[in-house]
Ligand binder design. Structure first.
Ligand code: ADP
Length: 306
């Protein structure tokens, strides 16, 4: 996908494809798990996502160089609801987008469901390896549903068609199967009655529900939310937060970038405060928000309360 076509595609942000079966990020996915189970560890103690020394720099070597992620080490366990907070520009969104390899890290490795990605070049002429890599990448992204601040729905497609796009593109299934998955996703967020509507007939909150349904239709293991309520009016915001709370109650592993501290405290199992591309504080949500220790987190919380 190129130029203006790419920029008009709601699945493309900042020139990076959000969902693809074709192009591979530069890197390699191997099946050997990087973090072996300790002898005696129970399966519940195995992280679903592990980041090791993950770093990312934009515009490296230019005057605009910005080191966004600086050696992040992070383990996320199944069923956790991890809330990422921190000042604007500290790297929260980039961290989420690194995890699902929309914005692959420059260095470090990410292990997800026993497969490890690291940034190594694949021989351009090794078509077999590149095809296998593209498939592994599609599988990886499909298993990490992502919801953005902007809903990114196709205006000329119905709600149902929008929710079917992901499964049709990324899963090797027919239209009937894709429709079943899409309808199941829509039902989960209470949008099944609007399946034949076009996005223009929906409120912002309803559009965001469809975006959540679209991600759920891929049957993900993890859901990533990047300021999913920031563009909504307060009453619609509550609506989407309730939807997210419901997903959390059902046991979905979630990583949520938000400024909604009440949600973080109530629904989050863990809160991570990021500062300048690093994790400054990480602990149980309620306790950590009530008793922060890092001076910048204390300052950040104080500023939010005023
Ligand atoms: P946050 O989500 O905490 O607000 P981001 O991860 O969006 O932070 O951005 C962190 C920094 O990286 C910011 O300085 C931002 O301008 C920069 N940045 C993010 N995406 C890009 C990009 N595609 N190209 C260049 N710089 C970027």
């Amino acid at each position: 996908m190129k130029g203006s076509q790419a920029m008009n595609d709601p699945l493309v942000k900042n020139g990076e494809e959000l969902l693809t079966t074709g192009t591979a990020a530069e890197g390699e996915i191997t099946s050997a798990p990087e973090t072996a189970l300790d002898p005696g560890a129970t399966p519940e103690e195995t992280p679903i996502i592990s980041l090791r020394k993950v770093s990312k720099t934009y515009n490296a070597g230019t005057a605009k160089e910005v080191k966004v992620l600086k050696g992040i080490n992070l383990d996320i366990y199944p069923g956790e609801v991890v809330v990422l907070v921190g000042p604007s520009g500290c790297g929260k969104s980039t961290l989420l987008r690194s995890m699902n390899l929309i914005a692959p890290p420059d260095t470090g490795s990410i292990t997800f469901k026993g497969k490890t990605w690291s940034n190594s070049q694949i021989d351009f002429f090794d078509f077999k390896a590149r095809k296998a890599e593209a498939q592994a990448l599609a599988q990886w992204r499909m298993s990490m549903g992502m919801v953005f601040q902007s809903f990114n729905l196709f205006p000329h497609k119905t709600v149902l068609q929008n929710a079917m796009i992901g499964p049709l593109r990324a899963k090797n299934i027919n239209r009937d199967q894709a429709e079943r998955l899409a309808r199941a996703g829509l039902k989960k967020v209470g949008m099944d009655q609007k399946a034949d509507f076009f996005p223009s007939a929906l409120s912002g909150g309803q559009k965001q529900r469809v975006a959540i349904a679209r991600a759920l239709a891929m049957e993900p293991d993890v859901m990533l939310f990047d300021e999913a309520t920031s563009a909504l009016d307060p009453e619609l915001r509550i609506d989407i937060l309730e939807e997210m709370k419901q997903l959390a109650a059902e046991g979905m592993t979630m990583i949520v970038v938000t400024h909604e501290l009440a949600f973080a405290r109530e629904v989050g199992s863990r809160v991570i405060f990021m500062e300048s591309g690093q994790i400054a504080e990480d602990g149980p949500a309620k306790e950590t928000i009530d008793n922060p220790t890092h001076p910048r987190f204390i300052e950040f919380l104080r500023a939010l309360h005023h």
